[in-house]
Design a binder for this molecule. Structure first.
Ligand SMILES: Cc1cc2nc3c(=O)[nH]c(=O)nc-3n(C[C@H](O)[C@H](O)[C@H](O)COP(=O)(O)OP(=O)(O)OC[C@H]3O[C@@H](n4cnc5c(N)ncnc54)[C@H](O)[C@@H]3O)c2cc1C
Length: 505
């Protein structure tokens, strides 16, 4: 069995693991990045098939201005290897009270006329002043005031205002449900408002040509170019620990040693399976078992012989689509409608390489439980409702389909994190950004075992999906560097914006 010594081993090349490994390697550490799949990317992996190239499912990044993914690519000198684009003219489609699917009015660049939005959302004249008050309070809240809202759900905060139904659908379905994948009455107001400010003030809708998985692939290349090592198709079966500290990992390709192990495999799989409960205090194990994942997303990939929309991406929603915990529990039990917001992305409308000439690809996504063990019947029920809505909003779609394939929480689980608890494994984001689990209450990225860190959406970051995972990658790299420096006394280069020991490109 192969045996080697590294400064740090990173388990998993999702956005969190790959960004963290790239920073550590650039700062001069000898890093081993291990990934069980043949491609980096995890929950945002790129797929290629019959001339089509796209992210595995709808992945819309935010914010556009000041995005950390682009900042990090720039800092590592990798910005020319991927093309990140913010395509104009997305389509938000509202099912109004007359039963018509109506697109959000187009506005000139820089124009923001709230009355046009209120007309579209059927907000009455006498409701508009209150609606504006909500928007102003939301977008101008100070970090200090946001910091007081860790124990409050975003829905409790919304309830301080009289929110018209159409506007509530817009705020919750369009802005919250898909960004956080937890019901708004569970979503922590502090996390929700901080992230909504990012999106409302710095815009949303960023994509990568070739699919978002190109970015973690480039981070992994950078690890190798900086003299460290990447092993794909290498599954970590165990993280070794002895006398209260990690010592390395056991994989299908051998045993590797390092005093630091950074896991992108999810906090629950890491503690309960890879390290093992016996290495932690029972109260910590109970805490980890009690953490709640985000909800799941399933949907379709349609391969088309013609366009059904010119929009690069968008959402379809109505006053009835916002999820609440109660509505979800009823829907899960088969006692209520499974109707929710539908997200769609048409990569071939912003990326010339996404489809062969004359062909198009359309991805859709809708809420479902995160359970990877959903029965075929349950999967059909959750996905059928979503497809019904898509077919109504795009009546030409059924006639343009050459082939289609569904994806579900089982696919997400197989591609990314192991199931170690009932109902967990197929989550969309990672841990749910709910009251008691994020911001001040987010699990610490440094585990109570010397040398063990978690990276990715479960710890160390905030915000929307891949942006959150990258925020974590940057923060955890800095934590691990500090740990390495303190424990080895070795001199490494300063943490921010300074050429590495091996010289920045
Ligand atoms: C259907 C769907 C839609 C989404 N839509 C959006 C969106 O619109 N916008 C957005 O920003 N985000 C979206 N997300 C969420 C986003 O993709 C994730 O939050 C983010 O990619 C998670 O990154 P991560 O680094 O935390 O972990 P992951 O992506 O889960 O990466 C973990 C990596 O670790 C590897 N790994 C796990 N265990 C092992 C092991 N034992 N050995 C070796 N390797 C291992 C996995 O293979 C994987 O590559 C979506 C996700 C899904 C599933």
């Amino acid at each position: 069995m192969a045996k080697a010594n590294y400064d740090a081993i990173v388990v998993g090349a999702g956005f969190g693991g790959s960004s963290c490994a790239a920073i550590l390697a650039r700062r001069g550490l000898n890093v081993l990045l291990l990934e069980k799949n043949s491609r980096a990317g995890g929950k945002a992996m790129s797929l290629s098939k019959s001339g089509f190239t796209y992210t595995a499912w709808v992945v819309i990044a935010a914010p556009v201005i000041g995005n950390l993914i682009e900042n990090l690519l720039q800092e590592l000198g990798l910005q020319d290897r991927v093309k990140v684009v913010a395509p104009p003219n997305p389509d938000s489609i509202y099912l109004n009270s007359s039963g018509n699917y109506v697109s959000m009015p187009q506005m000139a660049p820089g124009e923001m006329d709230p009355n046009k939005v209120f007309d579209w959302l059927e907000v009455e004249e006498d409701e508009r002043a209150e609606a504006l008050r909500l928007f102003v309070d939301l977008t101008t809240m100070t970090p200090q005031d946001i910091d007081r809202l860790h124990d409050v759900s975003l829905n409790e905060w919304f309830s301080r205002y009289t929110v018209p139904k159409g506007l509530y659908g817009f705020l919750v379905s369009l802005c919250c449900d898909g960004m956080f994948m937890v019901p708004v009455d569970a979503l922590a107001a502090s996390e929700g408002i901080r992230t909504l400010q990012d999106v409302l003030l710095r815009s949303g809708g960023l994509f990568c040509q070739g699919g978002w998985g190109r970015v973690p692939e480039v981070f992994a290349q950078s690890v190798e170019e900086d003299g460290s090592r990447v092993l794909m198709r290498t599954r970590v079966e165990r993280i070794n620990a002895s006398h209260g500290r990690v010592t390395g990992v056991v994989t299908n390709k051998g045993v590797f040693e390092a005093p630091i192990v950074i896991s992108n495999a999810g906090i629950q799989p890491t503690v309960l399976k890879l390290v093992g409960e016996e290495h932690f205090d029972p109260s910590y194990v109970n805490y980890v078992k009690d953490l709640v994942p985000s909800w799941g997303m399933m949907g379709m990939r349609y391969f088309l012989n013609g366009k059904v929309t010119d929009a690069p991406y968008g959402v379809i929603f109505s006053p009835d689509t916002p999820w609440s915990l109660e509505r979800y529990i009823k829907a899960r039990a088969g006692l209520g409608p499974k109707e929710g917001v539908v997200y769609f992305e048409a990569p071939s409308n912003y990326d010339p390489s996404a489809a062969p000439t004359g062909k198009h690809v359309l991805l859709t996504g809708f809420w479902c439980p995160p359970d990877p063990q959903l029965t075929e019947k349950e999967k059909k029920e959750w996905s059928q409702r979503g497809e019904d809505i898509v077919f109504k909003a795009f009546p030409d779609l059924p006639g343009r389909i050459e082939s289609k394939e569904g994806y579900s929480t089982r696919d997400v689980c197989v591609l990314t994190r192991d199931q170690v608890l009932p109902g967990q494994g197929g989550e969309c984001i990672g841990l749910g950004q709910i009251v008691g689990q994020c911001a001040r209450y987010k699990p610490a990225a440094k585990a109570p075992l010397q040398g063990l860190f978690y990276v990715g959406c479960d710890a160390g970051g905030y915000g929307v999906g891949i942006h959150q995972a990258t925020d974590s990658g940057i923060n955890v790299a800095n934590m691990a560097l500090r740990y390495h420096r303190l424990h080895t006394g070795m001199r490494v280069s300063p943490l921010q914006g300074v050429p590495s020991a091996k010289g920045a490109r």
